[in-house]
Design a protein. Structure first.
Length: 252
């Protein structure tokens, strides 16, 4: 999935071939986890926004899930937008997926309020000054809040979302309390949460969160998701995610 300079074939029913950038940030299993976590019963024929789309992986995975949906990917880095546009066209999804070169922070000036039913995001989760900043600018922006902070992301998401729309994101557990506080501050009520463990008996590595704009739903904490078993093999659930299990339960 991370081969330098060649196309990456997404496994199973997803049926995507992607051209990642040679040196910049590409994608990881986080994209599959996030695309799978979007609730299958929600899509109500409103566009879906991928905030910080990179080379377009999450947007394209969701286009495979929701066959009638229109999607918009927003990305600040021009090179990544070019890859994202090429990937959309190469996978015959250019008619439903628009890749736009823009700053997520400027969404309030780019789109009408309430224009999207779902916003998905795999944002940078490290504060500047926390940990080593990658010398590669693209990777640094993907991992550190160089160009987009959590607060700025949530303000933009709130603007873009329709009433009762969903924000679905993957984030680091070390900032989960801060995330929940900021979500509530922006009128985004956490509704589902799932902790990701690399292996049994290991600490949580990431967390999947779904929040609803303007809702007051009780928080549902789902069973943890194990990526690998004790021997380092992908679990049955992770293999099912890679193989596109979500494609069988929703067609938009």
């Amino acid at each position: 999935m991370h081969r330098q300079g060649v196309s990456a074939d997404v496994p199973g029913a997803w049926q995507l071939t992607l051209q990642p950038p040679r040196h910049g940030y590409r994608f990881s299993l986080d994209a599959f986890l996030l695309a799978d976590f979007v609730p299958p019963t929600f899509y109500a024929h409103q566009p879906i926004l991928d905030a910080g789309t990179g080379c377009g992986v999450i947007a394209l995975l969701l286009a495979r899930r929701f066959l009638q949906a229109r999607l918009v990917g927003i990305e600040l880095q021009t090179e990544l937008v070019t890859f994202a546009q090429q990937n959309a066209v190469h996978n015959d999804l250019g008619h439903r997926v628009d890749m736009v070169c823009a700053d997520v922070r400027t969404l309030p000036s780019l789109v009408l309020p309430g224009g999207f039913g779902i916003v998905v995001c795999n944002p940078p989760y490290r504060r500047v000054g926390q940990g080593r900043l990658n010398p590669n600018a693209s990777k640094a922006m993907a991992r550190h809040e160089v160009a987009l902070t959590l607060s700025q992301l949530l303000v933009a998401a709130r603007h873009a979302l329709a009433r009762r729309g969903l924000l679905v994101m993957i984030y680091h557990p070390s900032r989960l309390v801060e995330l929940c506080v900021e979500l509530e501050r922006n009128g985004l009520n956490p509704r589902r949460l799932r902790l990701i463990h690399p292996k049994p008996q290991t600490a949580v590595s990431m967390v999947l969160v779904e929040a609803v704009y303007g809702g007051h739903d009780a928080l549902e904490v789902l069973p943890p998701l194990l990526v690998c078993d004790a021997d380092g093999r992908y679990t049955a659930e992770m293999q099912a995610i890679f193989q596109g299990r979500a494609l069988g339960v929703s067609d938009g």
